[in-house]
Write a protein that binds this ligand. Structure first.
Ligand SMILES: [Zn+2]
Length: 427
């Protein structure tokens, strides 16, 4: 299908910065076919009047657990261990694959409605996130959370499931995969080494939680005499392309290791703040050239999957804490949430509005107070929008939301089911 967006105010990449201008965008099937001069023989099946829209590349959420939206606003204001082991784990143990599917659909609704076109997911239920993302029309990089190796944790079974899932979706161009050993405190060294070997052998990128809490770091120092980053480096983890989530508690040496190994770091500021863990040292990571992207983490600890909120926190926290208003600019935050996210997920053909890239485009309603006047749309996306301005969403060249109407998901059915599910789980 061919789509023509006429005369939208459009955020375009130019060298290392962004420019905004009124222009036309032609989409041919899943690809941005032309921007500006549209070839005269291009025949659109649908034309969108872009006059009242701001066009941007879709946002990329680099860390979440989408099924966990079932647990939104369920366990708040608790320490990390009371939250996880006291409240969330007991619910997870009762959650069925069908429950997880509805939780993931709920997440897809929220992400599409707030301008996210791609997300990275670490999950527990084979095929369920992939099924939800595929039906929603989203782009997703999915990984089965791998935990332990012994019988209790079913490590071998989970690894098998990860490969079954990859096989089941191998022909789906919107769904790709990583291997995700959950964390160093849930996987032993032998198991981690096994996963590294497989990841390198099969050339599958790795995804892991890293240095989220002070406790994780102190336990690592006690057990291995190394920080979590040093420990992973020592067992060869970073020999494969890695996306590390959180990275809150890092030493200068850890940052050197991450930079040297081209590890991408997904900062999850709201989740980290809410669980009282701190936040990633983004200015220091930037200084060393680490590829930084942004994730929401799950709605059980955020409590939202609206990436604009996390962009806003990312742009603000470091200025306040460092007492330096130039620290982490609006443009840098926008890049974290788009181009850098694409780099972290090896989706090099997304994250920017450029000819030849995938048509993952969001259109925000310019008739919104947060976007007026049109002084600097990139600043607006980092500082003033709240997500409700997102009007139309195109993913892989298909319109999945038109004028705020979701075309791919029966929202009412999802809301009905998630409420029924949580009543049962929390009994
Ligand atoms: Zn996580």
């Amino acid at each position: 299908m061919n789509i023509l967006i006429k005369n939208a105010l459009t955020i375009l990449s130019e060298e290392n910065h962004y420019i905004t201008k009124r222009t036309d965008i032609a989409i041919k099937d899943d690809i941005i076919f032309a921007i500006g001069e549209i070839p005269s023989d291009f025949t659109p099946d649908e034309t969108i009047d872009g006059e009242k829209y701001l066009a941007s590349a879709g946002l990329i959420n680099c860390h979440t657990h989408s099924y966990m939206s079932l647990y939104r606003n369920y366990a708040d204001d608790l320490s990390f261990s009371d939250w996880l082991f006291g409240k969330i784990d007991p619910l997870e143990n009762k959650t069925t694959p069908d429950d997880a599917y509805y939780g993931a659909l709920l997440s897809c609704i929220e992400m599409i409605r707030t301008g996210t076109t791609t997300f990275t997911d670490m999950h527990m239920f084979k095929n369920m996130t992939a099924k939800a993302a595929d039906e929603a029309g989203m782009r997703a990089v999915i990984s089965r959370g791998l935990v332990g190796e012994d019988e209790n944790f079913g490590g071998a079974k989970r690894l098998d499931e990860a490969f079954e899932e990859m096989e089941n979706y191998k022909d789906n161009r919107r769904i790709s995969f990583m291997l995700a050993p959950h964390a160093i405190y849930t996987c032993n060294t032998e198991y981690l080494k096994k996963i590294i070997g497989i990841a390198i052998g099969e050339n599958i990128p790795l995804n892991i939680h890293l240095s989220e809490t002070r406790y994780e770091v102190s336990e690592s120092l006690k057990n291995y005499g190394k920080t979590p980053t040093e420990y992973l480096d020592s067992i060869g983890f970073f020999e494969q392309k890695t996306l590390a989530a959180h990275c809150v508690h890092l030493t200068d040496n850890d940052i050197e290791i991450l930079a040297k190994n081209k590890v991408s770091v997904s900062a999850n500021p709201i989740s980290n703040l809410k669980l009282g863990n701190g936040f990633a040292p983004i200015p220091k990571l930037m200084e060393k050239g680490v590829n930084i992207c942004i994730g929401t983490d799950s709605a059980a600890s955020n409590n939202s999957l609206n990436l604009f909120r996390d962009m806003n926190y990312t742009a603000l926290i470091h200025k306040g804490v460092n007492e330096e208003a130039q620290c982490v600019s609006a443009e840098e935050v926008y890049r974290f949430a788009t181009k850098n996210g694409a780099e972290a997920l090896s989706l090099y053909n997304t994250g920017e509005l450029r000819v030849g890239k995938k048509a993952d485009i969001i259109l925000l309603d310019l008739n919104s107070p947060s976007l007026n006047p049109y002084n600097n749309p990139v600043s607006a996306l980092s500082y003033s929008v709240n997500g409700s301005e997102v009007d139309t969403v195109i993913i892989d060249g298909k319109i999945v939301m038109r004028k705020k109407q979701l075309l791919t998901i029966d929202e009412e059915k999802v809301y009905y089911n998630v409420n029924k599910i949580i009543r049962r789980l929390s009994k």
